[in-house]
Design a protein around this ligand. Structure first.
Ligand code: C2E
Ligand code: CA
Ligand code: CA
Length: 673
């Protein structure tokens, strides 16, 4: 017999046994003799620790006591050799009388292992979160696991016998037959497809199919389909994509998304002969708001602008933020440029009402450039660039407006390059000159100073207006060199006039933001004063409102330094920029200069009048004097005088004059005492 057999009598003495008994229990042949007591035999494996560690006699006593009960019982015993035995005890009766017990020992190692394997497989099958579908060779479903039911909503009986292709949706390009062929060939296959739940909803699944061959014929017999619901992963991928393609501040698509959208739109437009409008939008004075009121206010403003822009566009339009205060709107499929103009107008109107941000009431306006595909360029880069150029043009012609791109603009920008090129030689070739516009006390119209204004006489182009070349000079940085020249010559000129018999008076020099930012600016001023011998209090520096508000904290330091030198300081173009009153109080300035745009309309425009008069009152309350520029009429002068404006400058009393004319004009009225 392959099993071990033993019989003990009613006194637990060994009567019958076979070799299997000795082998299975690991008993030496000599230990088993007829009549050997059960406990003596059992002590051998017990002392080897086979019944557990510790007290050997305890184990022996326990097993012996169990045997003495002579009850039928069975248990599994695992030996140190790795084998598991089923031990079955039966009491033995002879003629109805208890005569002992028989024991059989069966090696069930193999049986155990395979049931364990089966149980494990069953557990995996029913507890794995992956859907497992087992099919025949034609992909007809033979079984599904609970996860498949959970994932699809189908109970097993609803699917058995159906093909998997009712559950998952193959790509349109692939028929089930072709697919079957393919998988049969390859043996394994994986992909991500859509599957349909019982409720009709579809969801993304990761799929892996493996062919199971018939061991005898070697032909495909079954397939195992593993399905994983990848909805969450797809969603998080979608979220990542959204983050990568959107601007965190406003939630609008970003530059990357814009380029992707254009890559999609342009070929379509080309095929169908559609026009696409491209609007480039930039907020006027945003930088000043951001710098003076803080980033939080700036952010809030941008969010509101994003909102308003989205509200004036249609669903098919595409609003993106490129960063900073730059927005782009794509208008796909417009019929004519007028459609783009309409949207641009709407955007301007939408931004014309004040925006409330962190308790501040802000006024901003857009400058918009528009280009059209394919009229203004054959590709995305060109139309974007041209919309940008048009936007700069919109800024140049006075902000808060829109401009279509025109080749004209490229002409202008090449003209700028041209100016830049010529400007670099202007000083060396002696093409620059100063003229001087007198300034007057309002009450008695007595001259009290002059403003130096730069003129450029180009040998072939004639007089080039500062409005044309100063911005180029500022952008390119040439202004620093030119500014130094102006400063030095203005000081020299006034000193010469005084030496020639003019009553000492102030000379005002315009200073650009770029000059002010230079660390050596105060030194440059000091140099001009020492070289010319002009007393510091006769020099006035006109600094524009926007250039001091660009970086107010830094401006305070520079202005303080200049103030300590004794130089007079005026804020030029007051009212056109964005002033923070808090800072204005801190600047060590002497004058506010009301911009000529307010003066021009002071008689007719009540707003301008209110600003002009408000500025006068404000300046006086801060202990500053006020000068109004651009005074052209007696009425303007009268209004300014009666409202307390201290000084005036303008064509009414004198145009800018070249040196000799300026000297005789002033000397006639103000000879030295
Ligand atoms: P600004 O500083 O506002 O100078 C006043 C401008 O108004 C001057 O123009 C002057 O000729 C003009 N103006 C004076 N009175 C009247 C008037 O009654 N009616 C009108 N319509 N205009 C009047 P200009 O000389 O063409 O200068 C233009 C701008 O160029 C200046 O504006 C200033 O910003 C800049 N600029 C001129 N010279 C310099 C300079 O040396 N350095 C710097 N950085 N900028 C300068
Ligand atoms: Ca000025
Ligand atoms: Ca001005």
């Amino acid at each position: 017999m392959p099993q071990g057999i033993s019989v003990f009598d009613e006194h637990l003495r060994l009567c019958v046994w076979n070799q299997g008994f000795l082998d299975i229990l690991g008993l030496p042949v000599e230990s088993a003799l007829e009549g050997t007591h059960f406990s003596a035999l059992i002590r051998i494996p017990a002392s080897r620790g086979e019944y557990g560690s510790g007290d050997v006699e305890g184990h022996v006593a326990k097993l012996t006591a169990q045997a003495e009960k002579f009850e039928a019982h069975s248990f599994e015993h695992r030996r140190p050799n790795g084998h598991t035995y089923l031990v079955q005890n039966e009491p033995l009766f002879i003629d109805g009388l208890l005569a002992g017990f028989t024991t059989s020992y069966t090696d069930i190692t193999e049986r155990r292992a395979s049931t364990e394997r089966e149980q494990l497989a069953q557990k995996v099958y029913s507890h794995t979160p992956a859907g497992i579908v087992f099919t025949d060779e034609a992909h007809r479903i033979l079984s599904i696991n609970p996860a498949t039911t959970e994932m699809t909503g189908y109970e097993p009986f609803e699917l058995l016998g159906q093909t998997v292709f009712g559950l998952i949706n193959l790509d349109e390009s692939q028929s089930p037959e072709a697919f079957q062929e393919d998988v049969a060939q390859r043996g394994s296959w994986h992909d991500e497809l859509e599957a349909t739940r019982k409720n009709g909803e579809s969801f993304p699944v990761g799929i892996r199919v493996n062919r199971v061959d018939d061991p005898k014929s070697g032909q495909p017999a079954h397939y195992v389909w593993i399905l994983a619901d990848i909805t969450e992963r797809k969603q998080s991928e979608e979220r990542m994509r959204h983050i990568a393609q959107h601007d965190a501040l406003t939630g609008l698509p970003n530059r990357m998304a814009l380029h992707m959208r254009l890559a999609q739109l342009l070929p379509e437009a080309r095929r169908h002969g559609w026009k696409i409008g491209m609007m480039f939008l930039d907020l006027d004075r945003f930088k000043i708001i951001n710098d003076t009121l803080g980033h939080q206010v700036g952010d809030e403003l941008l969010r509101e602008v994003a909102c308003r822009l989205s509200s004036v566009t249609r669903e098919t339009d595409f609003v993106a933020r490129l960063g900073g205060d730059e927005f782009v709107i794509i208008l796909p499929g417009i019929a004519s440029p007028a459609d783009a103009a309409l949207v641009a107008n709407k955007a301007i109107i939408a931004l014309s009402t004040a925006i409330e941000a962190n308790g501040h009431e802000l006024h901003t306006s857009p400058s918009i450039g528009i280009s059209l595909f394919p009229d203004d360029g054959p590709d995305a880069d060109t139309i974007l660039k041209n919309a940008d150029t048009a936007m700069y043009h919109a800024k140049a012609v006075g902000r808060n407006n829109f401009q279509f791109f025109a080749d004209e603009m490229n002409r202008i920008s090449s003209e700028r390059l041209n100016i830049e090129h010529k400007l670099r030689h202007a000083i060396a070739r002696n093409e620059l000159a100063l003229c001087f516009q007198p300034q007057f006390r309002t009450g008695d119209r007595a001259p009290i100073g002059v403003e130096a204004l730069l003129r450029w006489h180009h040998p072939s182009e004639g007089l080039i207006s500062p409005a044309r070349f100063i911005p180029v000079a500022e952008e390119t940085g040439i202004i620093v060199e030119i500014g130094e020249w102006v400063l030095a010559n203005a000081c020299l000129e006034m000193k010469r006039w005084i030496d020639a018999g003019l009553k000492p008076m102030r000379i005002a020099v315009n200073v650009s933001a770029r000059q002010l930012r230079r660390r050596d600016f105060a030194e440059t001023v000091a140099n001009a004063l020492t070289t010319s011998g002009l007393p510091a209090e006769l020099l006035e520096l006109e600094i524009t409102e926007s250039s001091v508000m660009e970086n107010p904290q830094e401006a305070i330091l520079i202005l303080e330094r200049l103030g300590r030198m004794g130089v007079t300081l005026a804020i030029d173009d007051f009212g056109t920029g964005y002033s923070s009153l808090g800072y204005l109080k801190l600047f060590p300035i002497d004058y506010l200069k009301i911009d000529r745009s307010f003066v021009a309309d002071i008689e007719i425009d009540l707003n301008d009048r209110a600003i002009a008069f408000g500025t006068i009152a404000l300046a006086h309350s801060l202990g500053l004097k006020v000068i109004a520029e651009g005074v052209e009429t007696e009425d303007q002068l009268e209004l300014l005088r009666t409202n307390g404006c201290d000084e005036v400058q303008g064509y009414l009393l004198s145009k800018p004059l070249y040196s000799a004319a300026a000297f005789s004009f002033l000397h006639a009225r103000c000879p030295a005492e």
